[in-house]
Design a protein. Structure first.
Length: 102
């Protein structure tokens, strides 16, 4: 099986301002969603009857580990599919995920 790698794309300095803005907003949303559990864990602990929020923090370790491990295939897919396709998948995935957990 052979894979076709997308041709080199422009460096970020050559991106239009709108594209740079969307990339930075996407990066911020990504990290914000990753840290939602860490900030909401105190309220979640009370709601579910735990004596301390620290009992729930080990669950966040999995999220951080999967975030890091997911970067490896995401980088390869970005090379194969292109940056634009990956950002479209990101925005759709984050939007659908946010609606499902809301």
């Amino acid at each position: 099986m052979t894979a076709t790698i997308m041709p080199n794309t422009a460096h970020p300095e050559g991106f239009p301002t709108v594209v740079r803005l969307l990339l930075n907003v996407g990066h911020a949303i990504d990290h914000m969603f990753l840290l939602i559990f860490a900030t909401a864990v105190a309220a979640i602990a009370v709601e579910f009857g735990h004596t301390s929020w620290t009992e729930l923090m080990p669950y966040s370790v999995g999220a951080f580990a999967l975030f890091g491990l997911g970067a490896l295939p995401a980088g390869r897919l970005g090379d194969l599919w292109g940056r634009r396709s990956m950002m479209i998948i990101f925005y759709i995935g984050m939007g659908v995920s946010a609606m499902l957990v809301a």
